[in-house]
Design a protein around this ligand. Structure first.
Ligand code: MRU
Length: 350
């Protein structure tokens, strides 16, 4: 299993995803602010992974706090919650994980526990969020494996793999589970401009697992789908609105349109922690805009002339009518999403 992020003794260790696949470098975070900066700078990325990292960051914040009194500690804790929440706005897992940590903190503080005891509770909760995420990905993968043929080709966009989660992955978890069930699956990975998560990360982790992988430039997906080369498209999600609209890495929406045009099923693999019933539709999902340098440069080399305008939204929204199904750890949710997402999230079946 790839060590995406780990609580080690009294600090957090994460693999620096900016350096992959060239170098395997591990970054140590010793404070909550170290974690916040790691999320902003994409040392760690992917919706579930940044949720896990934020939870660990809050645990670090309390175990290392100098404050002794509960009210000073509470002020410090909630300040760190705000700091971590402002790192990236789109992935709802970040806010979901912070809310879980807030609940544990306030319960522990209400019970009159010492700072050390509260710290222990928070470390335990962060580790639980991590472990649950891996278990969730495995369950999701097992459900999703059923949509793949005995032998087939999957197209994916960005990296929704072990690196984007606590481990195992969502979209790539489906591929891993299918392979584990004996299916012969090959993957086409969109390179995913501008940050190249597909070319750098998806290809790296799938090849590490011995899964056949072909990298394509994003603009090639249409030709591939038209040629009938792809059996199923599977992508991850940063946030699924209550009506089934899906925010994911920019470039997902064009793939969904192409899949629809060529009658190829388009699945979204996402844990229920990515489903945001409080946001009615995709129009309400905040879309992060990142530094234009990611578009004008490839690494340190400038590829667009100085002076060119840049627009760099990190995510786009795929309307629910283009989504064949949403694969969760509780089963596959199909239209009508309004009712079925609510049922799957509240445990009432789907
Ligand atoms: O900007 P990133 O790399 O954090 O974007 C990641 C994605 O868009 C993933 O597809 C999504 O977070 C799902 S990860 C299981």
């Amino acid at each position: 299993m790839l060590p995406t992020v780990e609580w080690r003794d009294d600090h957090v260790v994460m693999i620096d995803q900016r350096k992959l696949p060239g170098r395997e470098v591990y970054v140590e975070c010793r404070t909550a602010l170290d974690v916040a900066r790691a999320i902003e700078r994409m040392v760690i990325r992917g919706a579930p992974a940044i949720g896990v990292a934020a939870a660990m960051g809050l645990a670090l914040g309390v175990t290392r706090a100098r404050a002794q009194g509960t009210s000073t500690l509470a002020r410090e804790f909630y300040r760190l919650c705000d700091r971590l929440a402002e790192t990236r706005p789109t992935a709802v897992n970040l806010f979901w994980a912070i809310d879980r940590m807030k609940r544990v903190f306030s319960e522990a503080a209400r019970s009159g526990w010492s700072r050390d005891e509260i710290g222990e509770r928070l470390v335990a909760e962060a580790k639980r969020i991590h472990d649950e995420d891996v278990a969730t990905c495995r369950a999701l993968g097992d459900h999703g494996a059923a949509v793949l043929p005995e032998q087939g080709r999957v197209l994916t966009h960005c990296n929704a793999g072990a690196l984007a989660t606590g481990g195992y992955g969502t979209a790539l978890g489906v591929v891993r589970a299918a392979v584990a069930h004996g299916k012969r699956i090959a993957v086409y990975a969109d390179e995913t401009r501008p940050f190249l998560q597909g070319a750098r990360l998806t290809a790296w982790e799938l090849l590490n697992d011995g899964i056949e992988t072909t990298v394509i430039a994003d603009g090639m997906a249409g030709s591939l789908l038209r040629a009938g080369t792809v059996d199923v498209v599977i992508v991850g999600a940063d946030r699924v609105a209550a009506n089934g609209d899906v925010a994911n890495k920019v470039g997902t929406y064009p793939v969904a349109v192409l899949a629809d045009r060529h009658e190829v099923p388009f699945y979204v693999a996402a844990p229920t922690s990515t489903i945001d019933l409080d946001t009615p539709d995709g129009g309400g999902i905040p879309i992060e805009e990142r530094n234009g340098r990611e578009v004008t440069h490839l690494g340190s080399s400038r590829v667009a002339p100085a002076g060119a305008g840049v627009w760099n939204p990190a995510f786009d929204v795929t309307p629910h009518d283009l989504v064949t199904g949403i694969i969760t750890e509780r089963g596959i949710c199909r239209p009508p999403y309004g009712d079925n997402l609510r049922a799957i999230c509240t445990g009432g079946g789907h």
